[in-house]
Design a protein. Structure first.
Ligand code: KG4
Ligand code: ZN
Length: 350
């Protein structure tokens, strides 16, 4: 099964050709980071217009790099949500047009299923059967979720953020610290050599006892208090963003990692999965990777991390999810634009 994947849910215009849900023949990503940097975050109007301009070239590049033509493909896959409505519409409209003109089947893929599929991309990676049931931490700019993967396509949402996503917390903190967008890499760099125990920031444990959808508050995350705490600290100690930057950044990063590893530790202890995994842009963070390594070493469990190239948004993971048999991919593609424009709850598709 050779799939051309298209991803335009946020600020990356991406296309990729993937075989059998794991062999990446090409993965083209045109990042818009430089365009959004002056605003400290993604501007939807700029993102959508840039996708319109870039997508045809990115798709052609993906085909050329993979050395395949339309006749060599078995299916098209496109991110159908969640994401920015106008950005999603760009990819979905292009994919529908291509499906009509080529006669190829078009498979809609949930963006979060795509992130989960990134675990299986590459040469030396296991198959879903080898790692499931697995406990997966999905941490990106738009989502923070703890997902139980019983088998490929059988996912259960255990917990999620009740406000900001972990990546979003990094991005907002970077702005407060005068660092550039995206905040995650900027804070990780600024934190090098800093003391992670210099400031004790809160890790957002939830006290609520009931949340909708059977979600366990003990497996949830909250970053609004951490952000406020950083702001208050900077108001009281202006030098913390200057001479004290390394210590402040390291302490902030430590609080985010503590919150993520803490929830994962609790869930691993209680639910006893066969393995642990971590996907999404924040999975690039080396302090988080080290924390997860330590947790798995202690519990004697295998740890599977998305390859660095497929942590942040890409189309290879979308083609992979379709190739592995996304739950939605089984249905005929029939997403009307009005569905895409309706509010997408955080992590609604998992
Ligand atoms: O997965 P992704 O491309 O976006 C969504 O699907 O939302 O992840 C982007 C996010 C950004 O918030 C960025 O700050 C964060 O991932 N990120 C990091 C690192 N690299 C990217 N966060 C922490 N440490 C990093 N090294
Ligand atoms: Zn993403």
């Amino acid at each position: 099964m050779r799939v051309l994947g298209i991803e335009t849910s946020c600020d990356e215009t991406a296309a990729a050709v993937v075989e059998n849900g794991r062999d990446v023949r090409s993965s083209i990503i045109l990042s818009q980071i430089a365009m959004h940097r002056p605003y400290g975050g993604v501007v939807p109007e700029i993102a959508c217009r840039s996708h319109v301009e870039a997508l045809p070239g990115v798709i052609q590049d993906a085909l050329d790099t993979a050395q395949v033509g339309w006749d060599d493909l078995d299916a098209l896959a496109v991110t159908s949500g969640p994401g920015l409505a106008s950005s999603l519409l760009t990819g979905v409209s292009a994919a529908r047009g291509l499906a009509l003109s080529t006669g190829l089947p078009l498979l809609p893929v949930n963006h979060l299923h795509g992130h989960l599929a990134s675990l299986f991309l590459g040469d030396d990676v296991p198959s879903p059967e080898e790692i499931c049931p697995a406990l997966i931490l999905l941490v990106s700019g738009g989502h923070s979720a703890l997902v139980w993967m019983e088998s490929w396509g059988s996912f259960r949402l255990l917990g999620q953020t009740v406000d900001d996503a972990a990546g979003e917390a990094f991005d907002k903190a970077a702005r407060l610290l005068g660092l550039s967008y995206p905040g995650g890499p900027a804070i990780e760099k600024a934190a090098a050599g800093g003391d992670p125990n210099a400031v004790r920031f809160p890790d957002g444990r939830l006290k609520a006892t009931s949340l909708p959808g059977g979600i366990d508050p003990r497996y949830c995350f909250s970053y609004s208090g951490l952000k406020t705490s950083l702001r208050t600290h900077l108001e009281a100690h202006p030098e913390a963003a200057a001479t004290g930057l390394a210590d402040t950044a390291a302490s902030f990063q430590e609080a985010v990692v503590r919150s993520l590893v803490g929830r994962l530790t609790l869930a691993a202890k209680e639910l006893k999965p066969r393995s642990l995994g971590c996907v999404g842009g924040v999975a690039k963070n080396q302090v988080l990777r080290a924390g997860l390594d330590a947790l798995c070493a202690k519990r004697g469990m295998p740890l599977y991390l998305a390859p660095m190239a497929y942590c942040t948004d890409n189309a290879a993971m979308i083609a992979a999810a379709a190739g592995l048999g996304s739950t939605e991919a089984k249905a005929a593609f029939d997403v009307e634009p009005s569905m895409l424009l309706s509010a997408q709850p955080q992590c609604g598709g998992v």
